[in-house]
Structure formats: C-alpha cells, structure tokens
Design a protein around this ligand. Structure first.
Ligand SMILES: [Zn+2]
Length: 86
C-alpha cells in the first residue's frame, strides 16, 4: 500500500477495510471515478470525510484525503455515480 502525504498508515488501514478513519463509519457513498481511482464520501453527516481511493484486483492500493464539500470539494450528485466502495 502506498502511503500518501495526508493519510497516515493507521488511516490507510482503516480505509482498506472499508472504515472511515475519522469516525469509524463503514458506509461510504461513491463520487466521481476515473480509471482505478474512486472518490468516496463518508455518509456520517457529522463527518462527511472524502477520500480518493484506488483499487487493483480488489485490493486498495492507495488512498488520499480530498476536500469535503464544505471545504470546496464540489457537489456530488447522488444519481451520477452508481458504483459503491467494494
Ligand atoms: Zn467518517
């Protein structure tokens, strides 16, 4: 797994097992994706942390934190992204 500048190894481990490293929530909604990369957002309304994760052969290979909607991350329309985190 590739460490990134804004997530520590513990946080990456959380994400790799489908857990939000900020609040422990295990449900994410999907955002934009491209290639191996998938943006996800924690559904906990007090958290709403967003990450860009990349999977290869069903393993998470890298992840990084991206801005929340309220931090300028843009709006993700519910109907635009049918795929959820596996
Ligand atoms: Zn969360």
């Amino acid at each position: 797994m590739i460490a990134t500048d804004n997530l520590n190894p513990r946080q990456l481990q959380c994400l790799s097992v489908g857990e939000c490293p900020d609040c422990g929530c295990t449900i994410f909604r999907p955002g934009p994706r491209g290639g191996l990369a998938q943006n996800i957002e924690c559904v906990n309304e007090k958290c709403l942390a967003r990450f860009n994760v990349a999977h290869y052969e069903s393993h998470m290979v890298t992840a990084q934190r991206i801005p929340r909607e309220r931090e300028g991350g843009g709006e993700w329309r519910e109907d635009m992204f049918p795929r959820v985190l596996e």
